[in-house]
Design a protein around this ligand. Structure first.
Ligand code: MN
Length: 192
């Protein structure tokens, strides 16, 4: 059975950028709801329970399961692993270390150019979803947004940065001001 991973910081640790109430609801209600629904699917497939959700998402199409359950696993498994990863980059220092900074500079020309492209892509994403920096299967950096709870693990990529673009991530404090939320997110992603 999947359980809510430990949050390594207090709900108010990201104030004033991400408020305590949003953190509490996001973690204890939204993330928990994905886990609850994920567990309902996994209960039907004991043979899948020995593998990580990341691994299952990576071979989702080849799993022997009811097509409706496959969609549920994609949505709620993605919802779980996406949030589990998201908390780690908000809570730790040095989400972007010297090595990653060098790779970003090599790939995008400069950190400022990377930040601009990442922000612009996030802003232009329509509807619920996520903005990602990933290491793809060819071990190259790649940035893109995904709809809903689609996870980079679906395409064999490893997330490096994640920005939750669902309104539940920011609506209490920022309402329709998505750009302000993204600016605030840059403040809580620890860079060096
Ligand atoms: Mn979320």
């Amino acid at each position: 059975m999947i359980t809510l991973p430990t949050l390594n910081f207090e709900y108010n640790a990201l104030e004033p950028y991400i408020d305590q109430e949003t953190m509490r609801i996001h973690y204890t209600k939204h993330h928990q709801a994905y886990i609850d629904k994920l567990n309902l699917v996994l209960d039907k497939y004991p043979e899948l329970q020995s593998e990580s959700i990341e691994t299952l998402l990576g071979k989702l199409e080849s799993l022997r399961m009811d097509p409706k359950d496959r969609v549920l696993l994609k949505n709620h498994g993605g919802g779980h692993v996406n949030h589990a990863f998201f908390w780690t980059i908000l809570g730790v220092k040095k989400a972007i270390d010297h090595n990653l900074l060098n790779r970003i500079t090599t790939t995008y020309g400069s950190f400022e150019e990377f930040k601009k492209q990442f922000t612009d892509t996030a802003l232009s994403h329509f509807g619920s979803g996520w903005m990602w920096l990933v290491e793809n299967k060819e071990k190259k950096l790649e940035m893109y947004s995904t709809p809903n709870q689609d996870s980079p693990y679906l395409s064999g990529s490893k997330p490096i940065l994640a920005l939750d673009l669902w309104e539940h991530a920011y609506y209490l404090k920022y309402q329709n001001r998505k750009a302000d939320y993204i600016t605030a997110w840059w403040k809580v992603v620890k860079i060096l």
